[in-house]
Design a protein. Structure first.
Lengths: 434, 272
């Protein structure tokens, strides 16, 4: 049955399976950095570097966002997910497709890459259908709702473009230079899919966790217009290798990013929550990485800088710094909540259940933070320098941080082990659980 | 017009001679003669806060200052709407609370703790634990501690709040007939039934709103409603309510304010 249950939220198991698989992909990618250090010291257009990149972009980032959508759509858009069954099928197809894409990139087997990319495309189409039908009945077109729709459009175009690039490997048909097409695909993915989704969701979720005022005012208009006008201009400009188009487009995107940062700073200042937990620190550290990312992006757009090493450093700052740290922060909020909801939600008010904070492991979260945040900066510097030994060292630091992060997630998942609820203290007095 | 929301530094920039006037008005202000102290403290303290620090009514302080600088066009507000002096703080206070003598007031100031990034919850709960039945806790905090209302409300403590300045709140926690948020009138048409239980979960971090609601369900008598004020539609709460046999109606009162009415499904014979 594909019809939604009105007012229903999906089973927590649905977003959890996405999140857990994504965390595994993140650990795999982080572990791959020291291993692929010699390749990362060279040009980024290398099959194994492309394989690593797609573990990050598809296995870690896209999988997390897709899964989080199935939890966040009900919260931020106040709409039920249209079909949980479709989301489960999408997950299976996507995993097979991503394994195929990464594997064939790694082997440099382009014919196999096409069918794998096609599977990813089908899974993305399923996600778009599910998300579009979920969003369809939204009561009010808020900032977040608009950004989510923008992001979904970006995902669709990115997947199509990626599939076209895969087909182009075996039967060349795309006009334009190979690297220009690749750069356009990358920017479509980052600016058209990830950026609007992150800043749209942040506008609704960050105030919830920071206990801050909902952001509003002119920065919202700047973000919407900056992305709606800037992203197509950047992609077209990169494709056409026309700095006259890329430059203004990049400036518009930079304005959107700056407005997003203004909002985050405002929320952080107006928050009623005195102490930040590690999830929020990860998210804020990720936002801080937007600054160097934006500077380098503008530098490339305005032809002030160039070259594969700086290009790879730019990718590390964006994918490893901004996106990965932001997503890690969000997962440190999402995963414990889903686990808590599934394991203890039915027992609230009936038994003395653990608090959400008790599902976390602050010491391990602190270790992950201390390793990953500076580790990503060190990795960006190392790839910019093109020194394999430095890349290996920075990669080991990041990988250790990723393992600590995975341990935290695993610790929360332990609460799903059957029988734990039976160990809870005796039922609390009605209404006096505190 | 000099008002209570001006910082001491701003006032002294405009009228340096006021250092002596202030020092003459109250010995506490004599410390402003020390340049280092003036540099550190004066930009951070408003006149309303300075009056509070010195324990003098803000209007009295403003009158003296205005007279000294020839600014006597008439009375002006003491500051922003949120600011009050300690004396004015009690305006609107429940009479029973205003009558509590000083020896039955337990004062706890956690502004410095929070300023240092420390979690003051343990200190607050220790103070609550040591509170005798006839005592009130007067808490000073740099922001309105909305989550605490629910926590202490469930321990039988009502609250009364006064904003003293932009980062200065005084909250009185006390035991009394209004110790919980119960007792509010239900919606029109429900007047004949038991009074609704009101529960404000706005400003709480997820999943605490859900916990707060679910923990109150057992208190609902047949026909009685739990009126929940929430920031958003709690879609994760609804399945839990339905699984426990409760019906619910949600109405968006305003952007960012949702009202959910929860009742036992058997009492209405209808699901949500």
């Amino acid at each position: 049955m594909m019809a939604p249950g009105p007012g229903r939220t999906p089973s927590p198991a649905l977003p959890l399976r996405y999140a857990v698989t994504a965390v595994a992909a993140f650990v795999l990618a982080a572990a791959g950095v020291p291993w692929l250090a010699p390749e990362l010291a060279g040009h980024y257009y290398h099959p194994r570097v492309l394989a690593l990149t797609h573990v990050v972009t598809l296995g870690w980032i896209t999988l997390t966002i897709m899964g989080a959508s199935y939890q966040l759509i009900p919260i931020v858009l106040e709409r039920p997910v249209w079909s949980e069954r479709l989301a489960r099928w999408q997950f299976a197809l996507f995993i097979v497709g991503v394994v195929g894409v990464v594997g064939h990139f790694f082997l440099g087997a382009w014919s196999g890459l096409v069918w794998a990319a096609a599977l990813v495309g089908v899974a993305v189409a399923m996600h778009l259908v599910n998300a579009a039908l979920s969003v369809r009945g939204v009561a009010r077109w808020t900032f977040t709702a608009r950004l989510v729709v923008l992001a979904l459009a970006g995902l669709g175009f990115t997947a199509l473009f990626g599939l076209a690039l895969g087909v182009d490997k075996v039967a060349r048909f795309l006009p334009g230079a190979l690297l220009a097409n690749l750069h356009a695909h990358v920017h479509l993915a980052i600016l058209g899919w990830v950026l609007p989704m992150v800043i749209g969701v942040a506008a609704r979720v960050y105030p919830m966790f920071l206990l801050a005022r909902e952001p509003g005012g002119w920065p919202g208009h700047v973000q919407l217009l900056g992305l709606a006008l800037g992203v197509p201009a950047v992609v077209v400009g990169v494709l056409a290798q026309a700095p006259a188009i890329t430059g203004p487009g990049a400036a518009a995107v930079a304005a959107a990013v700056a407005a997003h940062l203004v909002w985050i700073a405002g929320m952080a200042r107006s928050r009623k929550r005195p102490a930040l937990d590690w999830g929020l620190r990860f998210a804020l550290a990720g936002a801080a990485y937007l600054v160097p990312s934006m500077v380098l992006g503008l530098g490339f757009a305005l032809d002030l800088i160039s070259g594969p090493r700086l290009g790879l450093a730019y990718a590390v700052l964006v994918l490893g710094g901004w996106v990965s740290l932001t997503i890690a922060g969000m997962l440190l909020k999402i995963v414990p909540f889903l686990v808590w909801y599934r394991a203890y939600g039915p027992h609230v008010g009936r038994r003395a259940v653990p608090t959400l904070a008790q599902l976390g492991w602050p010491a391990a979260e602190a270790v992950a933070f201390a390793l990953m945040v500076p580790g990503m900066a060190a990795l960006a510097v190392a790839v910019a320098a093109g020194e394999a030994a430095w890349i290996r060292l920075a990669g080991l630091v990041v990988a250790a941080g990723a393992v600590a992060f995975a341990v935290v997630v695993g610790g929360a998942l332990q609460h799903l082990v059957p029988g734990r609820v039976d160990q809870l203290p005796a039922p609390a007095a009605p209404g006096r659980a505190s | 017009m000099i008002s209570g929301d001006l910082t001491v530094a701003r006032v002294l920039d405009l009228h340096p001679e006021l250092v002596e006037v202030l020092a003459g008005f109250h010995p506490h202000f004599g410390q402003l003669r020390r340049r280092i102290l003036r540099k550190v403290m004066a930009p951070r303290v408003t006149l309303a806060q300075a009056a509070g620090i010195a324990g003098v009514p803000v209007e009295e302080l403003l009158t003296v200052i205005r007279q000294a600088v020839g600014d006597v066009d008439g009375p002006a507000p003491a500051g922003t709407g949120a600011e009050t002096s300690p004396g004015a703080e009690r305006a609107g206070m429940p009479p029973a609370l205003a009558a509590v003598p000083a020896d039955r007031q337990v004062h706890l100031d956690v502004r410095d703790d929070i300023g240092r990034g420390e979690e003051p919850f343990a200190r607050i709960m220790a103070a609550v634990k040591g509170l005798r039945p006839d005592e009130v806790l007067v808490l000073r905090v740099p922001f309105e501690p909305i989550p605490l209302y629910d926590v202490l409300g469930r321990r039988g403590l009502a609250h009364w709040t006064a904003g003293r300045g932009p980062a200065d709140w005084s909250v009185w926690f006390y035991r009394g007939p209004a110790a919980t948020t119960e007792g509010e009138k239900g919606p029109a048409g429900c007047a004949a039934g038991p009074p609704a239980i009101a529960l404000d979960v706005r400003g709480l971090e997820p999943p605490r709103p859900m916990v707060a609601v679910l923990e109150r369900l057992d208190e609902l008598a047949p026909g009685q409603e739990l009126l929940v004020l929430h920031d958003r539609r709690p879609l994760f709460l609804y399945p839990q309510l339905e699984e426990r046999g409760f019906a619910h109606d949600t109405r968006e009162v305003a952007p960012g304010l949702v009202e959910i009415r929860v009742r036992r499904a058997a009492a209405t014979g209808a699901g949500p």
